[in-house]
Design a protein around this ligand. Structure first.
Ligand code: FES
Ligand code: FES
Length: 163
């Protein structure tokens, strides 16, 4: 089947198998490998992307479900040439070790900060309850998010929702 997806503001159009998962579409067809594939069972959250501005797990979303919709991936966070404050926060507060969970964490937490610019620790921990980190105790991820909340002046690039 033919699908047309707006990925990070760019129109894409491809012939795909109806069963193709969105994570594989993004990584193997579009070539954006920033989105990770960790469990394939909707448990780890490494594959989190935005679909029309809402975080979804792309391992349990069909590419066909994104047809006519807008997807945002981790590659778009520094689309303006500057790191998103959340990415800066992960650097400043050592929010990652191996980094495998990081793309999903970033997309989940960017969405949180967009709806709640100053979340408390409990709110942050609840937001990432669907994102597993095999490396850390989440402490630095929470600190990185608080850092981003305190340094939000640069702002995040707006995503144009076309569908
Ligand atoms: S790969 Fe999607 S939730 Fe783990
Ligand atoms: S930094 Fe390694 S899984 Fe999170």
């Amino acid at each position: 089947m033919q699908i047309h997806v707006t990925v990070n503001g760019q129109e894409t159009g491809h012939e795909v198998e109806p069963r193709l998962l969105l994570v594989h579409y993004l990584r193997n067809v579009v070539g954006l490998t920033g989105t990770h594939w960790g469990c394939d069972t909707s448990n780890c959250g490494a594959c989190t992307v935005w679909l029309d501005g809402v975080p979804v797990k792309s391992c349990t979303t069909l590419a066909a479900q994104a047809d006519g919709h807008a997807v945002r991936t981790v590659e778009d966070l520094d689309a303006g040439g500057d790191l998103d404050p959340l990415q800066q926060g992960f650097m400043e507060e050592h929010g990652l070790q191996c980094g495998f969970c990081t793309p999903g964490m970033l997309m989940t937490l960017r969405a949180l900060l967009d709806r709640d610019p100053d979340p408390d620790e409990a709110t942050i921990r609840e937001a990432i309850s669907g994102n597993l980190c095999r490396c850390t105790g989440y402490e630095n991820i929470v600190r990185a998010t608080r850092w981003a909340a305190a340094h939000a002046a640069a702002g995040a690039p707006e995503q144009e929702v076309t569908a």
